[in-house]
Design a protein around this ligand. Structure first.
Ligand SMILES: Cc1cc2nc3c(=O)[nH]c(=O)nc-3n(C[C@H](O)[C@H](O)[C@H](O)COP(=O)(O)OP(=O)(O)OC[C@H]3O[C@@H](n4cnc5c(N)ncnc54)[C@H](O)[C@@H]3O)c2cc1C
Length: 395
């Protein structure tokens, strides 16, 4: 099939299956997450079509699409306002289990991930371990056929909606810190596990702290061997960092800025799009976004030829997140006083009341605040710059 015929097929599916309610949830996204119920509804529709895990090998439920087709699919979904699916299972744990999991683990967990029966969250960070993840102290002690886990994980995204968590735990204090870490799968309903929500600056809850008080987990839930979890963890982070297309996010941001600039007026009573200073600032960011698009496509080409992104993935992470934040700043400048009105209810897809200010500015402030974290999670900008300095510039 040609790429344009494929694009047409995706568009037809979206026109049939992406209901206005689900698309509204996608439109109102202020972070990488959309409304939970709408996202799960969309997940199930994609699952019925067989399109929920395009990146997985076909024998495990993938689509068998080429990299270009997967890119087109993501682009069409994003621009049609489809909610982003939760990445922790489908994009991170799934591919990692396919590489490291046992047959029993794969037979049990992968179909449940595809159907949406299990929703996963990621238990890596701790109050004392973030960038320096190897210093984590949450401990798992062997007791017969089980491990008993004590400690705490923090910044666990969407733990409040998840029924499963994959965790890095300390199983040994011998040798290098990395050498005593194991990777384990935990049922969130297990006795002794408690989830406490953390309210973000924008007033919503996306992250949680998860406490483990003598949580008993079968040893069969270990992925990889005991004390070999660091390699498993790194492989999963590759999927986390490699799976994202910033260019597609930027296109959606630019489309929103276009709507704002064509309908809102600046202080001198001209539409923002006709304001020369604003136009210069916008083109400055748009040019950087275009340069990044070429880099992302170059990396995809390398992947298709069997290579890997190497240190370029750090460059893409830094550029991609910082360009996104610059777009947020431009939106904030245009929406001015409207952006300061806090109307959290209006960000729910089910909201039917009156909103204050234009619809195109509803998400501006929450997006701006939320996206400050993009240069922290998934490897902070400072750490990525260190990697670029060492591996690319050989400093
Ligand atoms: C929105 C959001 C969602 C998240 N979701 C999850 C999740 O689902 N699961 C999970 O496990 N974790 C999650 N995290 C945690 C995230 O991975 C950590 O915040 C991140 O690794 C940074 O760790 P830290 O917050 O402890 O900051 P620290 O590591 O304490 O860093 C503080 C500051 O110091 C800088 N710094 C640290 N070390 C160095 C160095 N060697 N050189 C130069 N600068 C340095 C950092 O860049 C940063 O600016 C999330 C975080 C956020 C903000």
């Amino acid at each position: 099939m040609t790429e344009s015929a494929f694009r047409q097929e995706v568009r037809e599916f979206l026109a049939e299956s992406l209901t206005p309610e689900i698309a509204r949830a996608g439109e109102l996204m202020t972070s990488v997450f959309a409304d939970f119920d709408a996202t799960m509804d969309w997940h199930k529709r994609l699952h019925r079509k067989g399109w929920v895990a395009p990146d997985w090998p076909q024998e495990y439920g993938g689509t068998g699409w080429t990299l270009s087709e997967r890119y087109i699919f993501q682009e069409e979904c994003k621009l049609a306002n489809a909610p982003a699916l939760f990445a922790m299972g489908l994009q991170m744990l799934g591919p990692m289990l396919i590489r490291y999991g046992t047959e029993e683990q794969n037979n049990y967990y992968l179909p449940r991930m595809l159907s949406g029966e299990d929703v996963w969250c990621q238990g890596y960070s701790e109050p004392g371990a973030g960038s320096d993840l190897a210093s984590l102290i949450t401990a798992a002690v062997r007791d017969g056929d089980d491990y008993i886990i004590n400690g705490s994980k923090i910044w666990t995204s969407y733990a409040q909606h998840s029924n499963k968590i994959f965790c890095l735990v300390r199983t040994s204090k011998e040798g290098k810190p990395q050498a005593g870490i194991s990777f384990i799968l935990v049922d969130m309903d297990t006795e002794g596990l408690k989830v406490e929500p953390i309210v973000g600056l924008d007033g919503t809850v996306e992250q949680c702290q998860v406490y483990f008080d003598n949580v008993r987990v079968p040893a069969a839930n270990l992925v990889g061997a005991e004390n070999q979890g660091w390699d498993v963890a790194k492989s999963l982070l590759e999927f986390e960092r490699g799976g994202h297309n910033f260019t597609i996010d930027h296109k959606k941001q630019m489309a929103k800025i276009d709507r704002q600039a064509s309908s809102q007026y600046s202080e001198d009573n001209t539409l923002w799009k006709d304001n020369p200073i604003f136009a210069a600032k916008l083109s400055d960011v748009a040019v950087d976004a275009l340069a990044l698009e070429f880099t992302e496509l170059r990396v995809k080409g390398a992947f298709e030829a069997g290579g890997n992104a190497g240190a370029l993935s750090s460059l893409i992470k830094v550029m991609g997140t910082e360009i996104g934040q610059r777009f947020n700043e431009l939106s904030l400048e245009m929406m001015a006083e409207h952006a300061f009105v806090k109307q959290l209810d209006a960000l729910l897809p089910s909201f039917e009341g009156e909103t204050i200010g234009p619809d195109c500015g509803l998400t501006t402030m929450a997006e701006y605040i939320n996206n400050r974290s993009a240069t922290i999670y998934g490897g902070s900008a400072e750490i990525q710059r260190d990697i670029i300095a060492k591996r690319v510039l050989h400093l």
